[in-house]
Design a protein around this ligand. Structure first.
Ligand code: NAD
Ligand code: UFG
Length: 336
């Protein structure tokens, strides 16, 4: 079976590429490298000892995308490509909607043209907005507080409409909680440009001495230590969920949504303290005001994925910290 991976040079996509190759899939990668580096794919080839076609193209370029479908045999698509920085999406909504929505519209129309009707889509727990309770299951009300989140919500709706229009589609919408960690080898990992938006890459950059201190965004949330609680999930567990989703689509028509999380919430201070303990690094931090738009608590009820996909996360917070640190300490400049 041959899988097209959009955004395959990125953080999660590159880990999915490794997992697919190790499980005997043929793959084709497309990425415009707008938020990634070709070096990630070179390292994937080294790690797996396998080669695969890579097209440096933009999903917005329909002609180029059609050429890929012409050149290659494709049975299904894993669609990771998208812009993901919440703050930037507030500043540049048009850019985000155009890239994420139009990119998906072009991709799905080309898929239809070439009779490829199986897709696994990267959605996000951000579509639950500020949930009224936890753990969050897939039936919770959906909302968005920024253009990035709204683009995910809109793409979910578009995919459901596509299925309504043609019941032979098979669609898995995967709502990720907070992916961290890296491949065990330390050869691939998250490679943020500029100041990291997310907590784990910020912590690892403090550990390596690139930044002085972690700023904890608020300690007055209604949580056990006052700091924000999230469901951190190891990126390798996350991509294993994608393979299970792909297998599910082989056997089931329809559109189905799954939470991919561990079901366990950890606070900002839990993450800092765990990282300190596991890596023996000092992680100075200072508490500042809340980050606008942040919510207090977010963690998954992952029962549906366990029941229907036979998937559950296996790696604990300690392993997530270890692997994030191995990646950062062995690649202080990322892929540069
Ligand atoms: P990433 O930025 O590392 O990877 C995305 C890749 O898509 C990049 O390599 C980028 O160059 C590529 N890309 C973007 N727009 C493109 C376009 N128009 N044409 C071709 N390539 C394009 O991000 P990631 O963390 O690997 O996230 C992958 C997906 O998962 C994204 O859709 C993201 O929104 C979603 N997601 C991520 C997180 C997270 O915390 N990392 C959480 C929830 C959902
Ligand atoms: N935080 C800090 N300091 C930092 C960065 C984050 O205290 O420097 C806190 C946040 O306030 C939050 C927690 O750490 O309580 C996690 O923050 P992240 O930025 O790592 O993650 P978010 O939960 O805010 O958002 C992430 C992605 C979103 C995605 C969401 C759900 O950035 O795109 O997970 O999947 F939608």
């Amino acid at each position: 079976m041959s899988i097209l991976i959009t955004g395959g040079a990125g953080f999660i996509g590159s880990h999915a590429v490794v997992e697919l190759l190790e499980n005997g899939y043929e793959i084709v990668v497309v990425d415009n490298l707008s938020n990634s580096n070709i070096e990630s794919l070179k390292r994937v080839k080294e790690l797996t000892g396998k080669d695969f076609p890579f097209y440096e193209i933009d999903l917005l370029n329909q002609t180029a995308l059609e050429q890929v479908f012409n050149d290659q045999k494709i049975d299904a698509v894993m669609h990771f490509a998208g812009l993901k920085a919440v703050g930037e999406s507030v500043e540049k909504p048009g850019y985000y909607y155009h890239n994420n929505l139009t990119g998906t519209l072009i991709l799905t129309s080309v898929m239809k043209k070439y009779n490829v009707k199986k897709i696994v889509f990267s959605s996000s727990a951000t579509v639950y907005g500020d949930p009224s309770m936890v753990p969050i299951d897939e039936s919770f009300p959906l909302s968005a507080t920024n253009p990035y989140g709204r683009s995910k919500l809109m793409i979910e709706e578009i995919l459901r409409d596509i299925y309504v229009s043609d019941n032979s589609w098979r669609i898995a919408i995967l709502r990720y909680f907070n992916p961290i960690g890296a491949h065990k080898s330390g050869r691939i990992g998250e490679n943020p440009t500029g100041i990291p938006n997310n907590l784990m890459p910020y912590i690892t950059q403090v550990a390596i001495g690139k930044r002085d201190v972690v700023q904890v965004f608020g300690d007055d949330y209604d949580t056990y230590d006052g700091t924000g609680v999230r469901d951190y999930i190891h990126v390798v567990d996350l991509v294993k969920g994608h393979l299970k989703a792909l297998q599910y689509l082989d056997e089931n028509e329809g559109v189905e949504t799954f939470n991919l999380g561990t079901g366990i919430g950890y606070s900002v201070l839990d993450l800092i303290n765990n990282f300190k303990k596991v890596t023996s690094n000092d992680i100075p931090y200072t508490v500042i005001e809340r980050r606008p738009g942040d919510i207090g608590v977010c963690y998954a009820n992952p029962d549906k994925a366990k029941k229907l996909l036979g998937w559950q996360a296996e790696r604990d917070l300690e392993e997530m910290c270890q692997d994030s640190w191995k990646w950062q300490s062995e690649n202080p400049e990322g892929f540069q």
